[in-house]
Design a protein around this ligand. Structure first.
Ligand SMILES: [Zn+2]
Length: 435
């Protein structure tokens, strides 16, 4: 027999992903368990009424009963950005590649790697990082490009939602995030104000065997993480050179497997452009080597492209899992020791935020998004212009500001304001095109 893969053939709605994961403990007894994460979400209140109310997040643990009781773990998370649909498929593909290929009597080398991996490491998967927002993007008309969770608007306010990947405690509230509630990168009232990010922090606090993590986003075919040079906005971060070497090696291992899918090699870069992200929290606060993986080339590409990207995410996860199982030159015991040496943290509890809220029909200019390239007005420097746009809470898609132009995700209103100030804008995608 051969290595089994390509388990998914179409986009899956968030409820289908949840149902799929709930079926695994019954289908693969002895190989996985599923648990609920404690904090429920604010609650989905959109048009798909069967899904109404606060939702739960889940954790699937995959490992065999062989080997030591405590095994090093790799955490894979479906990003909290609702519109990044590829990742709902990617978590299913990744889970099934482990579950379906644990066959000790099959001599196929990739199958044998899975057996060895699950005998000496564990895979943890959070299949949905933003249950409310994902439902909203999938089911509600005009909300394909919704990114945030569904925190109700404050009294007197009209904008819902927090960007959960700006809500982590490291550098909370600094550059690359916004205090404007209507912004797509609104960081929330305080660090871990959101159940989605607090669940992740509690999970990583409690499971000290986690050494590697992928927060699986889209898009960009890129692997981001903290690095010794810091980023464009958050000035130099102290990633020690020895850790930089480990990160570089992990990127290499991931890219070898990613390339084997369809020839693509993902670029690498710093995430230190955006304050309050998961991977910087994981690395600086938790000694976990965390990545922001940006798979694919669009938020909701044609399904064939989404499936290829999902195979790349699964391949990258297998690479880290193989490494965690101790079969590369990375010293896993020393990474485990560093995790175990951390002091215990207080569990973050739920904060009361829920009140009834009905999403209202917004005029098109409020939800329509244009993906554009932008040259700064009057020959201004790209980096200083980008920094200016960050201050003004624009959604900047480019992470490395090397070329003469920026990639931006703009509302109609923002597009007009930039044109008025003389920026050269080229729209290459109207992101609201119903599929
Ligand atoms: Zn994202």
């Amino acid at each position: 027999m051969a290595f089994r893969q390509r388990f998914v053939t179409s986009y899956l709605d968030p409820l289908a992903v949840e149902t799929e994961f709930k079926s695994y403990p019954g289908k693969y007894p002895g190989l996985c368990t599923l648990e609920e994460l404690p904090l429920a979400t604010h609650g989905y209140t959109g048009v798909h009424t069967p899904a109404h109310g606060p939702r739960k997040m889940y954790l699937l643990r995959i490992s065999s009963s062989n080997g030591p009781a405590t095994k090093p773990a790799v955490l894979l998370m479906r990003s909290p950005h609702a519109r990044e649909w590829i990742n709902g498929i990617a978590v299913v593909e990744a889970a099934l590649e482990f579950l379906e290929n644990y066959r000790a009597d099959d001599p196929d080398p990739l199958v044998q790697q899975i057996v060895t991996t699950l005998d000496s490491a564990e895979i943890l998967i959070v299949p949905e990082g933003n249950p409310d927002g994902a439902l909203y993007s999938f089911f509600d008309p005009g909300q394909l490009m919704w990114r945030k969770n569904l925190r109700p608007p404050p009294s007197g306010g009209s904008c819902a939602g927090v960007d959960c990947n700006r809500n982590f405690s490291r550098y909370f509230g600094e550059a690359g995030s916004s205090s404007v509630q209507c912004s797509d990168v609104y960081h929330g009232p305080q660090a871990f104000s959101e159940p989605e990010s607090a669940n992740i922090a509690n999970l990583v606090n409690g499971r000290r065997n986690i050494i590697f993590a992928i927060d699986s986003h889209s898009y960009g075919q890129a692997i981001y993480r903290p690095n010794p040079n810091g980023g464009t906005y958050i000035s130099s971060l102290p990633v020690p050179l020895a850790d930089h070497a480990i990160y570089t090696r992990l990127e290499q291992l991931m890219n070898e497997r990613i390339q084997s899918v369809n020839g693509a090699v993902y670029s690498t870069g710093s995430t230190s452009n955006h304050a309050g992200t998961s991977d910087e929290y994981l690395f600086f606060e938790q000694n976990v080597f965390g990545f922001d993986l940006e798979c694919g080339q669009d938020f909701q590409p044609p399904v064939e492209d989404a499936l290829t990207a999902s195979l790349e995410v699964a391949a990258a996860t297998r690479a880290l899992a193989w490494c965690a199982s101790g079969h590369t030159d990375v010293n896993i015991q020393s990474l485990l020791d560093r995790r175990m040496a951390l002091d215990a943290r207080e569990t973050i509890s739920a904060r009361p935020a829920r009140k009834s809220w009905t999403p209202i029909e917004l005029p098109p200019e409020r939800w329509r998004r244009f993906i554009c390239t932008c040259r700064p007005p009057g020959g201004r420097n790209v980096i200083s212009y980008a920094s200016d746009l960050q201050e003004r809470a624009f959604d900047i898609a480019s992470d490395d500001l090397i070329g003469p132009e920026l990639e931006l995700i703009l509302s109609a209103e923002e597009l007009v304001s930039l044109l008025r100030e003389g920026a050269h804008i080229e729209v290459f995608k109207d992101a609201y095109a119903e599929k």
